[in-house]
Write a protein that binds this ligand. Structure first.
Ligand SMILES: [Zn+2]
Length: 453
């Protein structure tokens, strides 16, 4: 009997597969190629190059070719130009400047231009739609305004900067319908100025930004807490946009969405993509803007109303951040290159690269999601179909109100309305995503209005 049952089970599995044929594929083999293409050796070489500029302090030398922030940004620009020259995609590489003046209590000792480096890999279908990856150019030691002493900034944040350059190298081999931006943001340590400058520029230019994946310290695996861990990393996201209206806040009180803002959905997307393609990694959803009382370059984008998250190591080493290079009572301080694990930095770079690729290959998201179902044993979702010939259908997602991740889903085909029978609206949170023929999914969209039926 046992022998008979086994083939029967196989047969059933096989026939289920046949019936499931109309569903789009769940994985894209190109994503595995992207993971493999990220090179720990190239990351090591680039982090070394950045460290060897001596200091990348915002107020350090801008004229020298070998030392200071000027040499560093020119090298980053040249790297992006080299990548662009070899790419099938159109690349535009430019500086983005913001002028700052001293103010009381600020970390700006004198007037200067803070200069970020931006590379755009232009999308073939939606050139004005962008997904952004960023790292920081600048570094600091104990005194935030000490621009003379050596400040290697190997992990903070040559690791994030090198990761951004490496992601550009790997993804430049492909073409995407949506544009990808690789940004080296400057002036982070002086007050998040580079991000502010680029967010302002994005607003002026009317960029349609899906979100920002900001990478700040992606190379340390040996924590000051004693834990050594090369698998876990953190994804920080704010719960809801700070730019939302009073009306949106009021509506949320009655219909929900306290933990479902656009940045949180982006964080969930990165988490899900990592689990699907890099199951050896342990992504941690951190339900807060950033570390306790501390800052990063995704925040100025959040301040401007854009989705943005911070990706970083799980275990920090404070002896190796913002420290003068010194030895005291047997402890060596300073952000030197021996604190960077290049294989781990490569893993986190791959997390970014596959998230960028999945989002840039994804179809347009459904718009204007409505939901209804009060006092009925079913939940109704409605949405506007975006103009995108690549969409083969939509997927409804839902989860328990206490669950950090979407738990349940149902593919409903190419419709603009669906009813989930037997699902009581009170007990779950809901969203809708669009699906393309190659199986890529848009970010899940949370409902913003209530419908009666
Ligand atoms: Zn820092």
């Amino acid at each position: 009997m046992r022998i008979l049952l086994f083939p029967l089970f196989l047969l059933l599995t096989y026939s289920t597969t046949l019936f499931a044929q109309t569903l789009p594929a769940q994985t894209d083999p190109r994503i595995y190629d992207i993971i493999k293409a990220v090179s720990a050796e190239r990351l090591e070489a680039d982090i070394n190059t950045l460290v060897n500029f001596g200091t990348r302090h915002t107020f350090s030398d801008t004229v020298s070719d070998v030392r200071g922030i000027g040499a560093a940004r020119r090298w980053i620009l040249a790297e992006f130009q080299k990548i662009g020259a070899k790419s099938e995609s159109d690349f535009e590489v430019f500086y983005n400047k913001i002028h700052v003046k001293p103010e009381d209590g600020s970390r700006i000792p004198f007037e200067t231009d803070i200069v970020s480096v931006v590379a755009i890999q232009r999308g073939t279908v939606r050139p004005n739609k962008y997904i952004i990856m960023s790292g920081d150019i600048d570094s600091r030691v104990s005194d935030s305004n000490n621009f003379m002493d050596d400040s290697p900034g190997a992990n903070d944040n040559a690791s994030g900067m090198a990761g951004t350059i490496e992601a550009a190298r790997v993804l430049s081999k492909y073409q995407f319908p949506t544009s990808i931006i690789y940004a080296g943001l400057a002036g982070e340590e002086q007050g998040l100025f580079g991000g502010k400058g680029l967010a302002e520029y994005a607003k002026e230019q009317g960029w349609d930004i899906v979100g920002v994946l900001n990478n700040d310290m992606i190379g340390n695996i040996s924590g000051v807490d004693g834990v050594i861990d090369n698998r876990t990393f953190r994804i920080f996201s704010e719960p809801t946009p700070v730019t939302e209206s009073e009306q949106a806040r009021r509506v949320r009180r009655f219909y929900g969405g306290e933990v479902d803002g656009v940045s949180r959905q982006l964080a969930r997307y990165v988490h899900k993509t990592t689990q699907a393609y890099m199951p050896e990694m342990n992504p941690m959803m951190i339900y807060r803007l950033d570390r306790f009382g501390r800052g990063g370059h995704h925040r100025p984008f959040n301040d401007a109303g854009f989705a943005g998250i911070r990706i970083m190591e799980a275990h920090e080493n404070y002896d190796m951040q913002h420290q003068d290079l010194r030895t005291e009572e047997g402890i060596t301080y300073g952000d030197t290159i021996d604190g960077v694990n290049f294989d781990y930095a490569a893993k986190l770079t791959a997390v970014n690269a596959i998230s960028l690729a999945a989002i840039a290959w994804a179809p347009e998201a459904p718009k204007n999601i409505g939901i209804g179902g009060a006092v009925r044993p079913s939940t109704t979702l409605v949405w506007d179909e975006p103009m995108d010939a690549n969409i083969v259908g939509y997927k409804l997602y839902w989860r328990d109100t206490t669950s950090p991740q979407w738990q349940y889903s149902k593919y409903v085909g190419k419709v603009n309305r669906a009813i989930l029978e037997g699902i009581v609206i009170d007990n779950f949170l809901f969203g809708v995503a669009s699906i393309s023929a190659s199986g890529h999914e848009s970010l899940i969209q949370f409902p913003g209005r209530v419908v009666n039926r």
